[in-house]
Design a protein around this ligand. Sequence first.
Ligand SMILES: C[S@@+](CC[C@H](N)C(=O)[O-])C[C@H]1O[C@@H](n2cnc3c(N)ncnc32)[C@H](O)[C@@H]1O
Length: 221
Amino acid sequence: MSQHGLNPASQRERWDFFYKDRARPCVFFRNAPDESLAAWVGEGQIKPGRALDIGCGNGRNAIYLSRNGFTVEGVDYSTSALAWAKERAREAGADVTLTHGDVFDLQLERESYDLVYDSGCFHHVLPHRRDEYVDLVADALRPGACLGLTCFRPEGGSGLTDAEVYERGSLGGGLGYSEGQLRAIWSRRLDVRVLRQMTKAGADSGLFGEDFLWVVLARKA
Ligand SMILES: C[S@@+](CC[C@H](N)C(=O)[O-])C[C@H]1O[C@@H](n2cnc3c(N)ncnc32)[C@H](O)[C@@H]1O
């Protein structure tokens, strides 16, 4: 059993390596926002305000939000991801505040965000930190504000149980969640309004969408 692969430094190094190769054929490297985010903004379910994009990667959703009237902060612990996000934001003329750091180490201002967005970060959170993560998201949201989440469905994730993560010392590329698990995890602090399969989006749609993912929209009371 090796726990080494689970420590934050090892996880960060893996993401640094991952984002260094910008030519990697990775579905979420394209500069396109999540189809769900674009739909919720378009429908007015999410209204412009102060937004935090956790695990913002190369900034594709943060830049979209900035272009659509949000004041956006992105946080990511990968130096190479953040460098890419900074370049993209500059090229797009988008005013996004990008912070390098582990979201668990940041002192997020309580009840100060109108939107917390997470596309692909939560399913990399270790099981023993899951509740802590839910609390940090919920604490950061203003009453009435929303979390937008994109994460693996069972068939998209590694298939590992929580116990197996620790036995193997690996998340195996990210955990898949059942609908029931997701509802139970997030309902402890938030009202889950939307929980649906993401719609697959073609490369020419200008959107990102994969059907092995869930999308969740949840509101703080
Ligand atoms: C699957 S990528 C998704 C990136 C981006 N949200 C997107 O959808 O294109 C997950 C990102 O979360 C970041 N990440 C994971 N855990 C994190 C943590 N604890 N604090 C900050 N960033 C984290 C990784 O560095 C990586 O950039």
